[in-house]
Design a protein around this ligand. Structure first.
Ligand SMILES: [Zn+2]
Ligand SMILES: [Zn+2]
Length: 127
């Protein structure tokens, strides 16, 4: 089981059976909403249990997805496709040790021009 929370603690949760890899998205939307990168694991929504969701707010970021954040401290926490049963969970809000490994970089073509992604074979050039 993993524990996670926003910076101020007004959103906190536990999650079980999360994917054991972290995907780093370099798309422009993720860059803006996160401030740099959206690094996340993934779980079935029903495996996520909120301990506190007082601060949880959802931003409709496109016709197909929304992003969960804390309205008090601004932490980027979740990404959810409207038609999916799963939820992307920010790796940065999880308590260590997570046991997660870096999985892949996606939307690398959209990366910031200052960003130097290591050539470690983890870039998924199909996205
Ligand atoms: Zn917060
Ligand atoms: Zn993205």
């Amino acid at each position: 089981m993993l524990n996670g929370r926003c910076e101020c603690g007004k959103v906190s949760f536990t999650v079980v059976n999360a994917r054991n890899t972290v995907t780093i998205c370099h798309c422009s939307q993720c860059r803006r909403t996160s401030g740099h990168l959206w690094a996340s694991t993934y779980a079935t929504f029903s495996d996520l249990a909120f301990l506190n969701q007082e601060g949880l707010e959802w931003y409709t970021s496109s016709e197909t997805a929304k992003r969960g954040f804390c309205k008090f401290c601004g932490s980027s926490l979740f990404y959810r496709m409207n038609d999916e049963l799963g939820i992307g969970i920010a790796a940065g809000c999880l308590e260590s040790p997570t046991g997660l490994k870096l999985g892949k970089h996606i939307f690398v073509a959209d990366k910031g021009d200052y960003d130097d992604i290591p050539d470690d074979g983890l870039k998924d050039e199909t996205l």
